[in-house]
Design a protein around this ligand. Structure first.
Ligand code: 9MG
Length: 275
């Protein structure tokens, strides 16, 4: 299977690593906007050196309880980084729900849109369709402000699968070819620990939808709930979770700890005969 990201044809015969570049003020030292941009660009280059296949750049936190930011603020955070990385060797993804940010990021060189809202906003759908870029359609229940209050499903795998099937159909109807679409069950987005574990076990069922699965488990609170580790000590658990996701059918893992994940996947590839 391949994922088409603008001129890139990402070969998914081996699992790929998407490195996370947070462009939120809490992610880098408080030295002002230019220093933050430079730190984010240096971090992005470091992730490429460590073996990232894609970079995901986001200017709005999506953690449970996070407050939304304005279009202007988000643009000021992500655009200088995308522009500063122009011409790098891997495709850039922009992590945003806002159509204005999508369009500006695509104009600046982003080749993928990671939308935790799965293009449910018609203007976002059009921005991606017009942009000829790849998209990740993610499931969530509720929104980041309230989503962890009382998530409920009768059958989480079936319900997430039905939602994603509908979003793939909507994207295709809007002119976004399947070769440009990835899906994501949205671990931690309106899910209890039990829901997240059911989804991890059930990834094969989602793979039957016929498009690549992107899985984001890195440093998430579900890993803290299992290990008792705080967010700064979840690298080992994140790598274990990424490997399990790949074992169950994920093609792309979205991670903070790129070097460690790349090494772990080299072992997985060696055992599974992937390049
Ligand atoms: C932005 N973001 C945070 N967690 C994520 C996840 O699990 N998947 C995707 N696609 N994006 C995420």
């Amino acid at each position: 299977m391949f994922l088409h990201c603008g001129p890139f044809r990402l070969d998914l015969s081996r699992p790929l690593v998407m490195g996370i570049v947070n462009a939120t003020p809490d992610s880098f030292s408080d030295g002002g906007q230019h220093l933050r941009r430079d730190a984010a660009i240096t971090h992005a280059q470091q992730l490429i050196a460590e073996g990232a296949d894609i970079l995901d750049i986001g200017g709005e936190s999506t953690r449970p309880g996070a407050q939304p930011v304005s279009v202007r603020e988000e643009l000021e955070r992500v655009l200088p980084i995308i522009e500063g990385l122009r011409g790098i060797s891997v495709p850039l993804s922009v992590d945003t729900c806002k159509p204005e940010v999508m369009r500006a990021a695509i104009a600046a060189g982003a080749l993928m849109v990671n939308d935790i809202n799965a293009l449910q906003d018609a203007a976002a759908m059009k921005a991606v369709a017009d942009g000829n870029v790849a998209v990740c359609l993610m499931h969530k229940q509720g929104n980041p402000q309230t989503m962890q209050q009382q998530p409920h499903y009768d059958n989480v795998v079936a319900e997430v699968g039905a939602f994603l099937r509908g979003r793939i159909a909507a994207a295709e109807a809007a002119g976004i070819g399947r070769e440009r679409i990835a899906i994501d069950p949205g671990f931690g987005f309106g899910k209890t620990l039990a829901h997240n574990l059911d989804l991890l076990r059930g990834l094969e069922e989602l793979a039957e939808l016929g498009v690549p699965i992107l899985a984001g488990l890195s440093r998430k609170s579900m890993l803290g709930a299992i290990t008792g580790q705080d967010v700064n000590h979840r690298a080992s658990a994140s790598i274990a979770a990424a490997l399990i996701a790949v074992q169950h059918g994920a093609s792309i893992v979205r991670v903070h700890d790129v070097r460690e994940t790349v090494d772990a996947l080299k072992i997985w590839n060696a055992v599974n005969g992937a390049a």
